[in-house]
Design a protein around this ligand. Structure first.
Ligand code: SF4
Length: 75
């Protein structure tokens, strides 16, 4: 899992939400917000593209460790 953050560096150019509308959307001031703050690893490539194309370096992604539910392994 990956967490997504958009910082206050965002100036609402829209590159991210126009190119990746499944990951980002504009708020009522046209600043970007992640549609989901945590997404599956399958979005990693698109997230890296969004990060690379943001002119304000406002997007960051971080791996999220999913806690062990204790349902695996059993005795
Ligand atoms: S590309 Fe960057 S500056 Fe532009 S809306 Fe997205 S996060 Fe904001």
């Amino acid at each position: 899992m990956i967490s997504i953050e958009v910082s206050a560096q965002c100036q609402g150019h829209g590159v991210c939400y126009l190119n990746h509308p499944d990951l980002f959307e504009p708020n009522d001031q046209s600043f970007s917000e992640p549609i989901a703050t945590v997404v599956s690893d399958e979005h990693a490539v698109d997230l890296r593209r969004a990060i690379a194309s943001c002119p304000n370096m406002a997007i960051s992604m971080h791996p999220v460790t999913v806690p062990n539910t204790g349902t695996e392994g059993g005795r």
